[in-house]
Design a protein around this ligand. Structure first.
Ligand code: NAI
Length: 299
């Protein structure tokens, strides 16, 4: 069945270029009314431009409906105003793709605290601001689809990106609580870890790979994850047409007692503690405590 977004309103942050632009265009092609948010900054978050307006023009040129918003995701009041204006104009918000992002890469040894704070502010606090701004609307209409943008750096690490990685894994964490809190109001929350040739990755991709990793090849995952039949609490990797799922798991572990309930006991049993046989994917934090209770009960 064709996935459509007719009569739905979508906000895409950082949609003035790269992945956000690709999401906005395809949402519009499939019937959504789109708010193209972008401050139009350089890769490090400095400067400003009318990038959002250009993407609105592109949407209109293909027969879609879009409005530009030049607010910064770091400013909660601006995000709340964006949502209020969207609701006044189009009556609701059904989809939020938190995509805006910046980079200030440096080894941790050389990273200034201000650059750590700034990157966390844009990605993590910025996504929390936009999500908070749409949350009551989505609860009230009993429908919402929210996509957080993580990254392989957040999930698995990358030299020189401590600030970015901390923010990006934080977004997967935000998903994991919001999916629980949103469930009873039909709000589904997912995380995407894209790999795409954009200005953000232009220094690390060789030219040939840059073409293969066209942002358009990430779009199918992003749009499925904000569609009516989307899963919830998924972490999906997407790049060059390859789609993957990532999980936070918990090993079965081992219960130590007596003389083994010591740092030396942990050292001696490290292989058993980290043995992945029978590991689980907890669906909420309480499952860790439950699994411990189960061990205490001898299971
Ligand atoms: P991009 O640099 O083309 O897009 C990011 C957009 O966010 C820019 O248009 C920028 O103006 C906007 N932006 C920055 N700060 C903003 C703010 N405070 N308020 C509103 N807009 C703001 O980069 P790309 O690659 O399209 O990145 C999109 C998202 O995907 C980012 O969150 C990035 O971290 C993430 N990502 C990208 C990967 C890739 O391979 N390209 C890999 C993993 C994650």
């Amino acid at each position: 069945m064709t996935i459509r977004f007719d009569n739905q309103v979508a906000i895409v942050t950082g949609a003035g270029g790269g992945l956000g632009r690709a999401y906005a265009l395809e949402l519009a092609r499939r019937g959504a009314k789109v708010v193209v948010n972008d401050l139009g900054v350089a890769r490090d978050g400095t400067g400003q431009s009318d990038a959002a307006l250009k993407v609105v023009d592109e949407v209109v040129a293909l027969g879609g409906e879009a409005i530009a918003n030049g607010g910064s995701v770091t400013d909660y009041d601006q995000m709340a105003a964006m949502v209020a204006e969207t609701c006044d104009r189009w009556g609701g918000v059904h989809i939020l793709i938190n995509n805006a992002g910046v980079l200030r890469d440096k080894s941790f040894a050389k990273m200034e605290p201000a650059d750590f704070r700034f990157v966390v502010d844009v990605h993590l606090n910025g996504s929390a601001h936009c999500t908070k701004a749409v949350w009551e609307t989505m609860r009230a209409q009993n429908y919402g689809r929210i996509l957080m943008t993580a990254s392989s750096t957040g999930l698995f690490g990358n030299f020189g990106q401590a600030n970015y990685g901390a923010a990006k894994l934080g977004l997967a964490g935000l998903t994991k609580t919001l999916y629980l809190e949103g469930a009873k109001n039909n709000i589904r929350v997912n995380t995407i870890a894209p790999v795409a040739g954009t200005r953000m990755t232009e220094d690390i991709f060789p030219e040939a790979a840059f073409d293969a990793f066209n942002p358009d090849a990430v779009v199918p995952a992003a749009l499925y994850l904000v569609s009516q039949d989307a899963p919830t609490n998924a972490i999906v990797g997407a790049g060059a047409g390859v789609f993957q799922a990532s999980y936070v798991t918990l090993t079965r572990g081992i219960r130590l007692a007596g003389e083994d309930l010591t740092p030396e006991g942990v050292a001696a049993h490290w292989a058993a503690i980290t043995d992945r046989t029978g590991e689980i994917v907890p669906q909420s934090g309480s499952e860790q405590a439950q699994s411990i209770f189960a061990r205490l009960a001898g299971n």
